[in-house]
Design a protein around this ligand. Sequence first.
Ligand code: FMN
Length: 160
Amino acid sequence: MITATSGTNHELAVMFSNAAQAKGHDAEIIDLAEMDLPLFTIARSKDPGQTPDISNLVQKMTESDAWVVLAPEYNGSYPPSLNNAISWLSRDWQNFRSMCTGKPVGLGTHSGGGGAHVIMAMRQQFSFIGADVIGRSCLSGRNKDANPDTIDAMIDGLAR
Ligand SMILES: Cc1cc2nc3c(=O)[nH]c(=O)nc-3n(C[C@H](O)[C@H](O)[C@H](O)COP(=O)(O)O)c2cc1C
């Protein structure tokens, strides 16, 4: 479970994690906001003194059989914490490509509104990097709780 933010989307990550564990799977939450990676720039990426150590993140993401990515909608798209992490991860592009290719990915959001735009933006992003994004997604927000049946169905869809 990869959450872009530490608030309601982290809570959603906990719901996914609990549902996965209840079905006998191992699950772990990665909170990208908590990681607080520096802003990716080419200059920083070329300076070893300013390059964050993301080896632990890479190892966890590589070893996972599937990812559930949770993010709130920001201005019709996804938040900078997620975009920034993807930029850092893609620096080692060969490893990044093999890590992402065919990875089963489920998408979820807790947003101010409906969250349809952030799901579309993440679907495009994760498809582009070669992941196998499942059709079903979990949308929740101020006026709509996450549907536990959707979460269960997504876990089943990801555990191939
Ligand atoms: C910079 C910013 C932009 C936002 N843009 C949108 C938006 O376009 N659509 C929307 O539904 N909610 C928008 N929101 C609201 C967040 O999606 C909502 O508060 C979400 O629940 C925050 O997630 P968190 O509790 O995990 O931080 C925005 C919030 C911020 C801070």
